[in-house]
Write a protein of this length. Structure first.
Length: 147
């Protein structure tokens, strides 16, 4: 006896929906593929240097301010690397739209990087844990054109 295709889907759908997805917060689980992060130095529209901390999926985790020189930008990255491993350096914030984000603070309390917005605290906490683990040793990629 052949079952109609729609009947087969109605039987399988509950099982398909309960299978855990390999994608978490836009990246693959460790079991599938380790998440890598790196700093990218680039020039913004104003011509100043800025860094972003980017994961292997291309998602921007953290952005820095504009710096007048590439050396200043590298100093900003070094500050992120030295502060990222400390939980107390993360300032959690909630926007009016309900989305949450965080700032990474230096030891003197100044903002050295700002995250993207997250839909939930759980996603933000995953991003912070990833930064705490990997940002201190993340590689730096310079994509500015050499003048």
């Amino acid at each position: 006896m052949k079952l109609p295709l729609i009947h087969i889907y109605s039987i399988l759908l509950p099982f398909i929906l309960t299978v855990p997805s390999p994608v978490v917060y836009g990246r693959l689980n460790k079991k599938q593929h380790p998440v890598m992060i790196k700093f990218v130095i680039d020039r913004n529209k104003n011509g100043t240097f800025e860094y972003t901390l980017v994961e292997s999926s291309g998602e921007v985790m953290l952005s820095g301010q504009g710096y007048g020189s590439k050396q200043g930008c590298k100093i900003g990255i070094a500050s992120v690397q030295s502060n990222a491993a400390s939980e107390e350096q993360y300032e959690r914030k909630k926007a009016r739209n309900g989305k949450i984000s965080f700032n990474l603070l230096s030891h003197n309390g100044r903002v050295i990087g700002t995250s993207c917005q997250f839909a939930s605290e759980a996603l933000m906490d995953k991003a912070i844990k990833l930064m705490m683990k990997k940002a201190p040793t993340a590689k730096i990629t310079d994509v500015t054109r050499q003048g």
